[in-house]
Design a protein around this ligand. Sequence first.
Ligand SMILES: Cc1ncc(C[n+]2csc(CCOP(=O)(O)OP(=O)(O)O)c2C)c(N)n1
Ligand code: SF4
Length: 300
Amino acid sequence: MSLDYVKFSNGFERFMPKEYRDMVEHGPFGKKVSVSQMGSFKEILEEHPMCAGCAMTLFIRLAMIAVPNPEDTIMVGTAGCGRLAISQAAIPFVYGNYGDQNGVASGLSRGLRLRFGDKPKDVVVMAGDGGTADIGFQQVLHSWFRKERFTTIMLDNEVYGNTGGQESGMTSRGAVLKMAPLGKKFEKMDMLQMAKVAGCAYVATVVPNNPRRVESVIKKAVLIAREVGSTYIQAYTSCNIEYAIPTDKVMEDAKTVENDRYAFSEYVSEEAKQYLAERYGYKEFLPKPAAPAGAIPNKA
Ligand SMILES: Cc1ncc(C[n+]2csc(CCOP(=O)(O)OP(=O)(O)O)c2C)c(N)n1
Ligand code: SF4
């Protein structure tokens, strides 16, 4: 796993399928690409079998562009809609039993550190809200308490989309779904607060209609996870099928939900701020210069 796996073996170039040649020649491996350049390079995820207009797919596509070193990244996932797209992408993908993704990622991340030492190999978990907050909850929380150094991304469509519309812990109270016809009786779980209590060094919420923000939070989360500890991103990735959102209204819905219960939020621990500033030059986290002696502080 390195740039070596995205180059041709001598003499084989002309036998490789066009898609593969495009990926080697015009893909993002070993280069710095950004979401603002979409359309000018071959993307890691282009074709997938998910529903037309599915916002989850857009988010996954953006996430694949945002990871800082795609050639040194392994994605881990589980049952749910997201794996249908993630498994089509040109990044290695590990898929286990439903809900065991954070256990698998813990072992993988530790193993990669033993094998490759200081050379960063990034492990990124992407799983649905059911996989993260319900079935995989125990393994998710324990990986955070143990400060396992990988990123967990919840693809929160607020429903079990892949199995036809059961409520999840992340469904909002009162929501009526095909297989929750009486309406959900309990509140949406506060996974953000749980992530902070469990000691995550970085916790953020995003919606996919702000690609630059998606890119920014994913980069920070992956970089922090390299050395500081667990990081968590919760992304609203609507299910247009189970929530009956017309495909041309998916982005409008994301905006409405952002204004309602998915306002952008970002928590960065002090240790993570210092690390991002010193190691990766994040200016916003550089310590503020001390006020000169005798200066009068601004009145609020
Ligand atoms: C052990 C096990 N139980 C149940 C299932 C069936 N199953 C597949 S996907 C899924 C729900 C996925 O919901 P979520 O994690 O929210 O992801 P989404 O499909 O909504 O993206 C279930 C129950 C399974 N594959 N394995
Ligand atoms: S069922 Fe919902 S989440 Fe799954 S692919 Fe279709 S729109 Fe996307």
